[in-house]
Design a protein around this ligand. Structure first.
Ligand SMILES: [Zn+2]
Length: 246
């Protein structure tokens, strides 16, 4: 298949030479794709802004020896401008794109593509608090990759819950026997919010008090950073600016 077509979210771009860009995408059927978009930085480019971060496009690519080449791109979701116009949406979208970029080829499934498109669409429309959209996305990314935090039974010995000690390194809630002395205890209302975020129960998420939203965000951020090992740079920008937004 020298030429192929797919739907893709643009995760990031970087300059190549005078006028070209290398575009990293998460596609629906072909996992992650890195491709050259020729002439994209000229004002006369036929791609326009369709290959900017957070845009969703129907792309036709030519399979090159090392990098593929973008031949056509039609917009399927112009989410970029509505996201970039709001700082909180932008930082959340950046963390989502960075997380998707970190998926291995085996993890870059159609489900991950649909999850990311759904999250970016919700951000662009301002459907919910931007940080909650990010938190829900991160929890569901982890769940699809088999790393969902334990929120019922003990993550270590499977003793039936309810438990209240959340230990990031052990994989979520742990029982009193497995928790080290001084392990942080999480409020039941915060745990209920985490479950709502992972289910996508937005009525419950939107109704949650700010204190639970902030506590859940802290846990999701710590859990995600630990389990994605290297940490997500963009997450450093989303935590502190939520004050005053609710
Ligand atoms: Zn246990």
């Amino acid at each position: 298949m020298p030429t192929y077509r797919d739907e893709a979210v643009i995760l990031r771009t970087h300059k190549l030479g005078e006028a070209d860009r290398i575009v990293t995408m998460l596609s629906r059927r072909n996992g992650k794709i890195r491709a050259v978009a020729k002439g994209v930085r000229r004002t006369s480019s036929k791609f326009g802004s369709r290959l900017e971060p957070f845009m969703v496009a129907d792309v036709q690519l030519y399979q090159g020896r090392s990098l593929d080449i973008v031949q056509q791109a039609e917009s399927l979701g112009a989410y970029g401008s509505e996201i970039a116009a709001h700082y909180e949406r932008f930082t959340s979208a950046s963390a989502m794109a960075e997380t998707a970029d970190r998926l291995s080829d085996a993890e870059a499934t159609p489900e991950q593509y649909l999850l990311l498109v759904g999250g970016l669409r919700a951000l662009s429309r301002g459907e919910h608090d931007a940080r909650s959209i990010l938190d829900s996305y991160l929890l569901r990314v982890m769940a699809l990759s088999g790393w969902a935090p334990a929120l019922e039974d003990c993550a270590r010995c499977a003793a039936p819950g309810p438990h209240r000690n959340f230990v990031v390194q052990l994989g979520g809630l742990v029982c009193g026997d497995c928790a080290a002395a001084g392990a942080p205890r999480v409020a039941e209302s915060t745990l209920a919010l985490l479950r709502a975020l992972i289910r996508g129960d937005w009525d419950a998420v939107d109704a949650a008090p700010a204190a639970d939203t902030a506590a859940a965000s802290g846990l999701v951020s710590a859990y995600t950073q630990f389990h994605l090992e290297r940490g997500i740079r963009s997450l450093a920008h989303v935590g502190s600016d939520r004050e005053g937004t609710r």
